[in-house]
Design a protein around this ligand. Structure first.
Ligand code: 13P
Length: 262
């Protein structure tokens, strides 16, 4: 583990502004500040602005869940990365829900990555195979295609700063929600780093943060976090529950202390 452990809560399309605000105040009460942990909240777009005024930025960072790749224009109903600059530190890009429900293509994800970086926001790029692809033995090909296309226009320094979340679609609670075996995930993390190394060199591959996402909760978060190449977790459903989410943060901290003392 080279950097702080990253714990990201993706609230997806849940919680209105008042509910988001309530969850933030509960998280403030239950999560202590840890220098070894970075906690990131990804509420709905609508809640970002009010929450940005409520959070202690030393404790929490904000992430968007998506944005549009052009900086401005006639795209009615969209919000650009340019508009989010200064408000969020991160943005999730290419989440499987975007790819599946909205037909987001590899090229659109690539353009969003470029727009995100252009506007000084760090991407949390989501990649992962569906159940059919896994059963057909296509996991590596899918990860390779999603990764190489998404990174096309980025420099090695930009890639080094980026976050890549491996989220097998079949393990996400809102799709099949099958529990993955934590130890099986390590090979995907290694494959992702190998791909980054082949394209951008060893320095970028070492620095890039790789997260796991897919039905992570307080019962199994530590099993993923203790994997050698896992730099954190991207949590969906369990991040809506302040007890579960706080517990995940706490476990990550305990694990880091244990590692330090070993
Ligand atoms: P769940 O933790 O609900 O499976 O969601 C994972 C996810 O999609 C986070 O981005």
């Amino acid at each position: 583990m080279k950097q702080r452990t990253l714990i990201v809560g993706n609230w997806k399309m849940h919680l209105n502004v008042q509910q988001s605000s309530l969850l933030v105040s509960r998280l403030h009460e239950h999560i202590a500040m840890h220098r070894d942990i970075e906690v990131v909240l990804a509420p709905s777009l609508l809640s970002l602005q009010p929450i940005s005024l409520e959070i202690d930025r030393r404790k929490f960072r904000l992430s968007a869940q998506d944005a549009f790749d052009a900086d401005e224009g006639p795209q009615t109903g969209e919000v650009s990365f340019a508009m989010l600059e200064g408000l969020v530190h991160y943005s999730i890009i290419g989440h499987s829900a975007r790819r599946i429900y909205f037909g987001e293509t590899l090229q659109q994800v690539r353009d969003k990555m470029q727009a995100c970086v252009r506007n000084k926001i760090t991407p949390i790029l989501c990649i992962g195979e569906t159940k059919q692809e896994r059963l057909a033995g296509e996991t590596r090909r899918v990860l390779h295609d999603q990764l190489t296309t998404a990174l096309t226009h980025l420099t090695a320094a930009e890639v080094a700063d980026l976050v890549i979340a491996y989220e097998p679609v079949w393990a996400i609670s809102t799709f099949q929600g099958e529990k993955s075996r934590p130890s099986d995930m390590q090979q995907a993390f290694v494959y992702i780093r190998d791909q980054v190394e082949a394209l951008y060199g060893a320095k970028a591959a070492q620095a890039v943060r790789v997260l796991y996402g897919g039905s992570v909760d307080a019962h199994d978060a530590a099993l993923y976090l203790e994997l050698e190449d896992c730099d954190g977790v991207l949590v969906g459903a369990a991040s809506l529950n302040y007890k579960q989410f706080s517990e995940i943060v706490n476990q990550a901290h305990v694990l880091n202390i244990k590692r330090k003392n070993d």
